[in-house]
Design a protein around this ligand. Structure first.
Ligand code: NDP
Length: 280
């Protein structure tokens, strides 16, 4: 017997693949903090069935979805209403039901990253020269939040230079200097913060940065990927003399906390959840 109350409605994280998602465990722990249980599952959806699956979910007691690879752009497109921050990224990792009964999209990834690097890690982004590696969905989702933090410069470097150039062009009207290009951009200036948003960590690789890449004194490095061991990028950062090197587990938990809050109105304690996941 348990005294925990079941939160009404169904929740899920949707992706393909999805088998190793930590989100059900994270949200179950958030719910338990308030003496509750949540029906939150990991759902693998066929690539050509995403829109019909989402529609059926919200027609049958579905209350909230998190969205992961490869569906974040399509989640944005499927929504009837979108938050400002989702609009700025063109991608959504969060869906819920709006007041009119339609689907509302948001993007909590940028908030998750900022909370982890500023509140949890204590890094300063204001006035920093920031290098972001990669130009895929994850990077696209965090650029607006990084710009809100008021860095001195933001440079996006990607294996396929054109993708980074196109992304930087979207932000050309900013007072902050945003540049995009190939990895050669990494030699542009010394960096105060380097964020790896490529998926190289998944194959235990490191982005092929030029040897002229320079870390400024006190440089902090962040890998959005996470795992049981430090990623190749984190190991490289330490070898280069970085003051701090973190993986993306905190970002994962913080974006989940923001999602939980948007659905249910209370902000969970994230520190205990991050500590719990580190033990796995
Ligand atoms: P995408 O597939 O959208 O983008 C992948 C990016 O990685 C592209 O820029 C791609 O470059 C680059 N890339 C892939 N392979 C290589 C390689 N061998 N060498 C150099 N660059 C490479 O993925 P996402 O943007 O969605 O995800 C990226 C990472 O961020 C993943 O590791 C993911 O797990 C992580 N992530 C973490 C989150 C968290 O909460 N911690 C949230 C979201 C994502 P190109 O354009 O040249 O193909």
């Amino acid at each position: 017997m348990t005294d925990e109350l079941l939160i009404s409605g169904r929740f899920a994280v949707v992706g393909n693949p999805i088998e190793h998602s930590l989100s059900p465990r994270i949200h179950a722990t958030f719910a338990r903090q308030g003496g509750q249980q949540i029906d939150y599952r990991a759902e693998r959806v066929e690539v050509d069935a995403f829109e019909s699956w989402v529609s059926a979910f919200f027609d049958t007691e579905g209350r909230g979805l998190n969205i992961t690879l490869p569906f974040k752009t399509r989640a944005f497109d499927v929504a009837d209403t979108v938050s400002d921050r989702a609009r700025r990224t063109g991608a959504a990792n969060f869906l819920t039901v709006n007041e009119a009964g339609g689907i509302h999209a948001d993007n909590t990834d940028g908030k998750g990253l900022l909370t982890d690097v500023r509140a949890n890690a204590g890094w300063t982004l204001e006035g920093a020269r920031i290098l972001v590696l990669g130009a895929g969905g994850a990077v696209k989702g965090v650029i607006p939040s990084l710009l809100e933090a008021d860095p001195a410069a933001l440079v996006i470097a990607n294996r396929t230079a054109e993708r980074a150039e196109a992304l930087a062009t979207e932000w050309a009207a900013q007072p902050i200097r945003v540049l995009g290009g190939g990895y050669v951009q990494a030699a542009e200036m010394p960096w105060d913060v380097i964020i790896n948003g490529t998926s190289t960590g998944l194959s235990d690789e490191m982005p092929a940065l030029p040897k002229e890449t320079v870390l400024a004194e006190g440089c902090c490095c962040y890998d959005m990927a996470y795992g049981k061991r430090p990623t190749p990028f984190m190991r490289w950062a330490v070898e280069q003399g970085a003051r701090d090197a973190r993986d993306g587990l905190g970002m994962l938990v913080e974006q989940a906390a923001e999602s939980f809050y948007l659905w249910l109105g209370n902000y969970p304690d994230t520190q205990s959840v991050i500590a719990d996941l580190r033990q796995l």
